[in-house]
Design a protein around this ligand. Sequence first.
Ligand SMILES: Cc1cc2nc3c(=O)[nH]c(=O)nc-3n(C[C@H](O)[C@H](O)[C@H](O)COP(=O)(O)OP(=O)(O)OC[C@H]3O[C@@H](n4cnc5c(N)ncnc54)[C@H](O)[C@@H]3O)c2cc1C
Length: 453
Amino acid sequence: MHDGLAAGLSELIADPTRVLTAPAVLDRLSHDFYWYSPILRARLASKVAEAAVQPVSVDEVSAVLRYAGQHEVPVTVRGAGTGNYGQCVPLEGGIVLDLSLMDKLEEITPDGVAVCQPGLRLGTLETEARKQGWELRMYPSTLVKASLGGFLAGGSGGIGSVAHGGLRDFDTVRAFEVVTMEEEPRVVVHEGAAVHEILHAWGTNGVLTRIWFALTPAVKWTQMTAAFDRYEQAFRFTESIAVDAAWTKRLATVFEWPIPSFFTPVKHLVRKGKALSLIMIAESQAEALRVAAETAGGEVTFSGAYDGPRTQPLLSDYTWNHTTLWAMKTDPAYTYLQCGFSPTECEEQFRLLRERYGYDFLFHIEFMKNGDGVVIPGAIPIVRFTTEERLNEMIAYCRAIGVTVANPHVNYLEDGGRFRADNIQLRAKQKYDPRGLLNPGKMMSFHKEPVTQ
Ligand SMILES: Cc1cc2nc3c(=O)[nH]c(=O)nc-3n(C[C@H](O)[C@H](O)[C@H](O)COP(=O)(O)OP(=O)(O)OC[C@H]3O[C@@H](n4cnc5c(N)ncnc54)[C@H](O)[C@@H]3O)c2cc1C
């Protein structure tokens, strides 16, 4: 415990009501969607911060980091708290730095770059961007709630990635301003390749306070679902749309049965026993897509406009990691993995997994473009959890047959799949947070340098 922490923080910011200490509030601000993982659920439930503070400016962020450094108090940054791996759970107590009030969209430049504060909600950015003829290149299915800073620091991609890749690709993250946790905190701008020092580092090596985020020209989208008798049919049809650059698409998803049965609010789009393909396609190509789906043996069960985040139904609410949420609502024994199948060997990989695990491993495919421009079958399979050993065995087997896994059941960066082999995130931590006070325990390869007098 750090004596006098709340009083000390209250002196640093203009309005002391932005220092929060009520136990229920601290509990909420200390947790995210870590409970998605049965393993993390048991490990992280009791972790809680000693105080939370809600800065409204870079100066206040710097003041909090300076104070925390002087008193050796850990600081864990929080956007909207929708991360899945306990990224913003403070393992060693201390301060939660809640950036939700730093939520301004400063401008969208004429060439389509949004200049934003980190707490800006992605749904707000999508809505505002569309008013000016732009839209997000990609967003997580938590669009409405998630913050841009949290997406950059904790997310990877989502709806739109089939066309624009992940956050780390194609210069989408143009630049950002970061406050460091050095003895005297500095505001450092990272541009171009230098953004990769901080991107997806879970707030372990700097606090993002301003972001330059590239958008793409807005498209009039149609959302479409099609049911197929067999998973293989749905997969091949969706793949044919995903990999063909002639189709302008934002989402290409496949679910095998019984996953569609979990989507209770949109039951009318689902056909009992059938696989479901879910695609966002340019309105101008909607009719051609309908014909293609029917030719491939599918029944188009829905086709309707996407008018922005408030669209009903918003089909992305059933995709990416929302699919897992619907599965867990149906049966709490379900959990998930994050996989990448081989674009050329995937059907054999599906066969091997089915042979070994039966319907304890359900296929949920999200097509996405990788950094080389190749569209691959990414996947967030729904798996039945029995024991940690069996889950780890599933992960090991996937890797043995060439299916990559970003393990969502660990709470540190290195096995999570986005840690950079060139160690630039680690080197940035050594430079910007040498005392290891930012989100401690999440970057396992970091060790404090011995203090020399
Ligand atoms: C149902 C569901 C569906 C999801 N779908 C997707 C998906 O499709 N794609 C995807 O990528 N993710 C997905 N996620 C994970 C998560 O919602 C997203 O990554 C989201 O963008 C995180 O934003 P956030 O504001 O909630 O971040 P938080 O959870 O608040 O933070 C995430 C991490 O970033 C750090 N951080 C936050 N703000 C800053 C900052 N300003 N500076 C430095 N570090 C910071 C935090 O310390 C934490 O380590 C999903 C989660 C759920 C629960």
